[in-house]
Design a binder for this molecule. Structure first.
Ligand SMILES: N[C@@H](CCC(=O)N[C@@H](CS)C(=O)NCC(=O)O)C(=O)O
Length: 219
């Protein structure tokens, strides 16, 4: 099987996919795609022109959720999706919640302004960042913190794709110069610390941090 993952290093959705593939021992070739300048014809790979997208023996699969579900079938161990019906439903809900609602506020408000805009030579809209930090993010962090009260993982007793998706968005929060307040969100902060210490996350964070520091240092 020839597998190519189209993406860019700092995308939380690409990182989520890379971590899931790494945990499952699925090898792939990384193909760099700049999401601010997609190559001609990329819509054949991803109709909505987004990263990540996967190519498997000439067939294309866009979207991190679709790719991770594919990976589960290709290599079921370690299982990242529960078998119990309600647990599976809750996993998919939390993955969606993180990939859409949290991403909108954390990655697309904080990280995008603080890092991506600077990479594109544009100004950071700090007002938007502060609005997200003070108004729109706290209720979501409170919800996730409550979900993690007394638990190691979001659903059941083992890691699911929802934990990986969450930890991946929070790498971008960290790259954006923010950290979780452990007094306000002790369970979420502990979950993030545990997840970011896992080898695939730790390696990713180390590699990306140098680049992010350069972006910030260049200002
Ligand atoms: N739901 C998608 C989100 C992917 C996504 O929004 N990727 C961003 C980069 S982080 C992108 O490609 N943006 C380009 C665009 O929307 O034009 C997934 O999970 O794969």
């Amino acid at each position: 099987m020839t597998i190519k993952l189209y993406g860019a290093a700092l995308s939380p959705f690409v990182r989520k996919t890379r971590v899931a593939l790494a945990l499952k021992g699925i090898e792939f070739e990384s193909v760099h795609v700049d999401p601010s300048n997609f190559p001609d014809g990329y819509e054949k790979i991803s109709p909505m022109k987004r990263i990540p997208a996967l190519e498997v023996d000439g067939q294309y699969l866009p979207d991190s959720a679709a790719i991770c579900a594919w990976a589960e079938k290709i290599n079921p161990e370690p299982a990242l999706y529960p078998t119990d019906a309600m647990a599976l439903g809750r996993t998919i809900w939390l993955e969606r919640f993180v990939d859409y609602d949290l991403a909108m506020r954390c990655t697309f408000a904080v990280f995008r302004n603080r890092i991506v805009m600077r990479l594109m030579g544009k100004e950071c809209d700090e007002e938007k960042v502060q609005h997200a930090l003070q108004q729109t993010i706290p209720p979501l962090f409170t919800y996730l913190n409550n979900e993690l009260d007394g638990r190691e993982f979001l659903v059941g007793d083992s890691m699911t794709i929802a934990d990986i998706a969450l930890a991946s968005q929070l790498v971008n929060f960290r790259h954006g110069g923010e950290s979780l307040d452990a007094n306000l969100y002790p369970h979420l902060a502990a979950h993030t610390q545990r997840m970011h210490a896992l080898a695939p996350f730790a390696k990713s964070i180390e590699k990306e941090s140098g680049f992010v520091q350069k972006v910030l240092g260049g200002q």
